[in-house]
Design a protein around this ligand. Structure first.
Ligand code: FAD
Length: 439
């Protein structure tokens, strides 16, 4: 099979990248599950936008501070300065954000933000954005979406990427020739026992990168979300109790129903404090109280959380809910420059699987949808500008034997081992250790 551009993943970064490529190119998006099963659909809280020029400095500082000042300053600047452009594009695709009575954007606030600057759509912002992008992609004649299709490796020679090997919905393998290939495969949550991510999002691009000697960065920078609804069933995907709730006044209590922490601390600090409290109390969770938030606001701003908790047997207007930290976001990834180019020619990486250093050591809440979109568009524009330079190489396809990919389970194990080993290596090198997470 031949396509001009192969995009791997149908989350917000893959879709937006595809939509920003020229319409005279044929683009193939392959996605491991159905097109809607991406973490982008799960984003609840919202998406940051620089409100106005006066907001720049504090937004920049909040992002840097949350990232422990390890952020790439240029990436942060690009993200913030591109935010209004991305929001304009999204509105053009039909995305609706909450508005005030006068039609101005309504902004909310989350942990570690010094001001309200987060756009939202009820508590399903990611679904609102990604479903509109997906609809647009489906309506575009030059974009083809192949569901239940997994990339098992790339095809490269002399550090240039010429396409990938895919496992199709019927289980057969096929080589895909592409002038450009884009990893948009999301995070690594599927490697963890407790994660808010979809179980099939397992960091495949990172394993493929390791195998093909593509540079990685900050591979052990993993964010833990401090508050997910506790479930005794370990196979459950952890349900997120949005940070915005704490921004709006929800409180955290120990086993004796006493407050033990400032609920608006950065995520990593808060998660560690909760773990310490759980150890002290010898409990598998702490309590979160949503009752300080007026009931009408709970229903209008957080209807899905209220409904989900109710389904699980908790009436949040009357009682506290048990919450526990879980793996949530991956700041590290495949190292990319400010145009989202990887260390291999003709191969880009965007979204959560990429690392342009924007988040540093810890992501500021609601920066990831924005970062995914900003740098996905930059990848598309860079490919477009560079298109005439793309090389093709038929020989690269002849050398690849499909034999090595036949055993699906063995390959998944091997890829998991590759990524976990890299994370452990980085932990041992002493850059950071997340004591609480079990892979
Ligand atoms: C519960 C939850 C709530 C969140 N809330 C927010 C929020 O409020 N604000 C915010 O900014 N961010 C939030 N985030 C983070 C944000 O949603 C993600 O960082 C962002 O959506 C990542 O987008 P992506 O396109 O990189 O990846 P994803 O949306 O995860 O998409 C990855 C895609 O790659 C596909 N894929 C994976 N491996 C392969 C393979 N080998 N072959 C083919 N396809 C493959 C998957 O099927 C999927 O389609 C939240 C995340 C979660 C889990």
């Amino acid at each position: 099979m031949k396509t001009d551009v192969l995009v791997i993943g149908s989350g917000c970064s893959g879709l937006y990248c595809a939509l920003n490529l020229p319409k005279d190119r044929n683009i193939t998006i392959v996605t491991k599950s159905d097109a809607e099963s991406s973490d982008s659909f799960l984003a609840q809280g919202g998406m940051c936008m620089m409100k106005n020029e006066a907001d720049y400095n504090s937004y920049f500082e909040d992002t840097m501070k949350a990232g422990h000042y390890e952020n790439d300053r240029t990436s942060v600047d690009i993200m913030i300065r591109s935010s209004q452009d991305v929001v304009r594009d999204l509105i053009g695709y039909g995305v609706e954000f909450q508005r005030e009575k006068d039609g101005a954007f309504a902004f909310t606030r989350e942990g570690a933000h010094s001001d309200k600057r987060i756009l939202f759509h009820e508590d399903v912002t990611g679904k609102e954005i990604t479903s509109k992008l997906l609809a647009q992609a489906k309506a575009s004649a030059h974009i083809r979406i192949m569901e239940y299709t997994t990339v098992v490796d790339i095809i490269s020679e002399e550090n240039t990427c010429y396409g990938a090997v895919i496992r199709k919905a019927d289980g057969t393998l096929e080589k895909v020739a592409a002038d450009y290939t884009v990893f948009a495969t999301g995070g690594i949550g599927g490697l963890y026992r407790h994660s808010t991510n979809f179980r099939h999002v397992t960091g495949d691009a990172l394993a493929i990168a390791c195998k093909n000697h593509i540079a990685l960065k900050d591979i052990n920078y993993v964010q833990i979300h401090p508050t997910t609804l506790y479930s005794p069933k370990e196979e459950d995907r952890s349900f997120l109790i949005s940070e915005s709730l704490r921004g709006e006044g929800a409180k955290l209590y120990d086993k004796n129903m006493n407050r033990f922490v400032n609920e608006l601390l950065p995520r990593d600090v808060l998660a560690n404090t909760i773990f310490k409290q759980m150890a002290k109390d010898e409990t598998p969770y702490v309590w979160e109280d949503l009752r300080p938030i007026p009931e009408a606001e709970l229903w209008s701003h957080f209807p899905n959380i209220v409904a989900y908790c109710r389904e699980m047997g908790y009436d949040v207007t009357q009682e506290c809910i048990p919450v526990v930290p879980a793996q949530h976001y991956f700041m590290g990834g495949i190292e990319v420059n400010h145009q989202s180019r990887t260390s291999m020619a003709q191969l880009y990486a965007v979204g959560e699987t990429a690392c342009n250093g924007v988040h540093g050591r810890n992501r500021l809440a609601s920066n990831s949808l924005l970062e995914s979109l900003v740098f996905a568009k930059r990848a598309a524009l860079d490919m477009t500008a560079d298109y005439a330079q793309a090389k093709r190489c038929a020989e690269a396809f002849q050398i690849v034997s499909e034999e090595q990919y036949l055993d699906e389970e063995k390959l998944a194990e091997e890829y998991k081992r590759l990524v976990c080993e890299k994370i452990e290596e980085a932990d041992l090198a002493g850059k950071r250790k997340d004591a609480c997470m079990i892979r």
